[in-house]
Design a protein around this ligand. Structure first.
Ligand code: ZN
Length: 144
């Protein structure tokens, strides 16, 4: 599934809508304006962009608009993570995952789930480099 890319600021708005399910712009403004130090007009612009990007659905209810998410938080996060990892050589993926685990705050239950996922993980004998020649050392070795 390909999702529209959203900015850091738009992501903050989506988090409010994901948490509330259905909401209005005054509610989103109340959640974000103080903490983020954003003007109501800025937040309304962000909402408008998210509607254009098909991330938010909107319907009129009297004289106000109700917003609801058109994509799940889980799917959006998955897409953003895939996008992030597409920027690094596939051969470095293992080390990146280790870094994430080392830096994350995890419960015993989280660790058990990760161990279970690792236990079920199918492995390959060698990871294929996915870089443009010149972007990493391993690709240079292959073309020599
Ligand atoms: Zn590479």
């Amino acid at each position: 599934m390909s999702l529209n890319k959203i900015s850091e600021a738009e992501w903050q708005v989506m988090r409010v809508v994901w948490a509330k399910g259905e909401t209005t712009s005054p509610e989103i403004i109340a959640s974000l304006s103080e903490t983020m130090n954003w003007k109501p007009a800025t937040i309304k612009t962000l909402i408008g962009r998210l509607v254009k990007k098909d991330m938010l659905g909107t319907k009129a209810d009297g004289n106000k608009y109700i917003y609801r998410p058109l994509v799940t938080e889980e799917a959006t996060l998955k897409s953003a993570t895939a996008d992030l990892f597409s920027r690094v050589c596939a051969k470095k993926m293992g080390n990146s995952i280790i870094d994430i685990i080392n830096e994350a705050e995890l419960t015993q239950e989280d660790v058990q789930k990760i161990q279970q996922a690792l236990g079920n993980k199918k492995t390959v004998s060698e990871v294929t480099c996915n870089c443009i020649p010149g972007q990493c050392e391993c690709q240079e070795h292959q073309t020599n």
